[in-house]
Design a protein around this ligand. Structure first.
Ligand SMILES: Nc1ncnc2c1ncn2[C@@H]1O[C@H](COP(=O)(O)OP(=O)(O)OP(=O)(O)O)[C@@H](O)[C@H]1O
Ligand SMILES: [Mg+2]
Length: 504
């Protein structure tokens, strides 16, 4: 006999609906699973058989064929276990199929018949809802996450037999959506940072307009400390961003299943030993890299000069386009990649170049090698290049630190509100929109002409500086971008300009 149960599967972080067709027919007892399952899905027989037996059901003594359609698409993970088990029970007349209309089942089976939650529940559920499914049977532990999909009826079962009892006309608990994560601070506040006014200003501009930042300074000046406080001045995720970020983190297995929407922006600080695929994504099945895991939040590259140049170069295109395309023989995937980049590095290998009291021991050759490690095009994309000097004793011993993250965040929110009518953050304004919202007066034109003619600034660098100037004006609540704002924006590219002149 034939049965048919709807379910869904993941590939990378993408979910798609799957029809699980089961045929129980003549032939030697056995099980064949077809439809490009990956190893975890292929092993489902080893889970489904004991789960059926330990739940008190009859094991079919004929040949069972399970087809996961569409057969041409690879499927990853164990979420299909539940549908296979239900399909077998229906095909062997141990359960009726009537209640499965517009209903899907997702879940992994433990050998004792318990249903386990699966990674990517939100993505799986959303794709089923879009395909017309009105009701979902799933593991109780994952149900609050599945119930985030508005309008879907989610029935939570702890064990396989409970779902079968429901098929036979019994009751199952209807799950409520999990509450969103708290939007509390991680406890790291800008108030703890002493001095470093320029770097604090840069954090505020970065958070307000979405501009990438680089901190350069001697060891122990507070670069890492500042960078880690960037999420604290960013607003909470917008509702649609929250869904996208939660879906991605759930599918990447970074969140315990069953939790609600994320509110805090992600902060990823990968070590420089990570591979290129680890940074931008890759592999088969394709996995999102740290850049995508930071989507909607912050990617912190500490000790920037230690990252392999090829990895940094691979960031260039995704940073511009906001997504990463991974193409493999086994299938392609597109990952979102809109993260705010914050980088930190020392000015030279020994770390003390430019320090007022300590001597730098690096040779000119050391300096040249060091400067060559960070590629120019990557540096070009870091709009706020800030020198973070060593603290003076007065700054260090001052009674209080600076302003708190909370009050800085309030200004960031106001500046973001002003950008809302433009439809995008300033860092992503198109050139046409930039011309419209950032018209220059004579003094502003003169400043830009100087930066290009004398400073050798590239066209892209000019446009990027203008976007920063727009954000500075927004923070000040100004409609026009005055020469003063342009001068401030240009000053933030000083490190790059110095590098150009020192290389000559
Ligand atoms: N501006 C500052 N205000 C308060 N404390 C600071 C400041 N700068 C450094 N510190 C103290 O020094 C510690 C080290 O700072 P941090 O790790 O940020 O330095 P860094 O600039 O990243 O150094 P490195 O170049 O070695 O990575 C901090 O945890 C903090 O205790
Ligand atoms: Mg550091």
């Amino acid at each position: 006999m034939l049965s048919h149960v709807r379910t869904a599967a993941l590939w990378g972080i993408d979910a798609f609906p799957v029809d699980c067709e089961i045929d129980v027919g003549p032939g030697l007892p056995g099980f064949a699973l077809v439809g490009l399952p990956d190893p975890a899905a292929r092993e489902s027989r080893e889970r489904v058989w004991p789960a059926l037996r330990n739940s008190g059901f009859r094991i079919p003594d004929r040949h069972v064929t399970a087809n996961l359609a569409p057969a041409g698409r690879r499927k990853e993970g164990a979420a299909v276990d539940f549908a296979i088990a239900l399909g077998i029970l229906i095909a062997t007349n141990q359960a009726p199929a009537e209640r499965l209309d517009h209903t899907a089942a997702i879940g992994e089976l433990a050998l004792d018949g318990t249903l386990r939650p699966v990674a990517g529940t939100l993505a799986l559920t959303e794709c089923l809802w879009r395909s017309g499914v009105k009701r979902l049977l799933c593991a109780a532990a994952a149900a609050p996450e599945a119930a985030l999909v508005d309008g879907l009826e989610v029935l939570a079962a702890v064990r396989l037999e409970e779902a079968v009892t429901w098929l036979r006309g019994g009751e199952l608990a209807r799950a409520e959506a999990a509450p969103p994560d708290p939007d509390e601070d991680g406890g790291e506040d800008l108030a703890e940072v002493r001095g470093q006014f320029m770097a604090r200003r840069a954090l505020e501009i970065a958070a307000a307009g979405g501009h990438h930042v680089l901190f350069v300074g001697p060891p122990g000046a507070g670069k890492s400390m500042l960078a880690r406080r960037l999420p604290g001045v960013l607003p909470a995720l917008e509702p649609d961003e929250a869904v996208a970020v939660t879906r991605l983190h759930s599918a990447a297995g970074l969140r315990a299943p069953g939790r609600g929407l994320m509110r805090r922006r992600p902060f990823r600080a990968p070590h420089h030993s990570l591979s290129r695929a680890g940074l931008v994504g890759g592999g088969g099945p394709p996995r999102p890299g740290e850049l995508s895991l930071a989507h909607g939040g912050v990617l912190f590259l500490d000790e920037l000069s230690e990252y392999p140049r090829s990895s940094l170069d691979a960031l260039r295109e995704p940073l511009d386009s906001g997504s990463v395309w991974i193409v493999r023989a086994s299938g392609s995937a597109r990952f979102p990649a809109r993260a705010l980049l914050v980088c930190a590095m020392n000015p030279c290998p020994c770390g003390w170049l430019g320090h007022p009291k300590r001597a730098c021991r690096c040779t000119p050759a050391d300096l040249a090698r060091y400067a060559a490690r960070v590629s120019g095009p990557v540096l070009d994309r870091l709009d706020l290049q800030i020198e973070v000097p060593a603290l003076t004793s007065e700054e260090l011993l001052a009674a209080a630190g600076g302003e708190s993250s909370g009050s800085c965040r309030a200004r960031v929110l106001a500046a973001r509100e002003r950008q809302r009518e433009r439809g995008t953050l300033n860092a992503r304004l198109s050139n046409a929109a930039l011309r419209e919202h950032c018209s220059l007066d004579t003094a502003g034109r003169r400043l830009i002409a100087d930066a290009v003619d004398r400073g050798g600034m590239s066209a892209r660098a000019v446009h990027r500086a203008l976007r920063v100037a727009r954000t500075i004006a927004d923070l000040a609540g100004e409609d026009r971008v005055s020469a003063l704002r342009i001068a401030e924006a240009l000053q933030y590219r000083a490190y790059e300009a110095r590098r150009v002149t020192s290389a000559l």
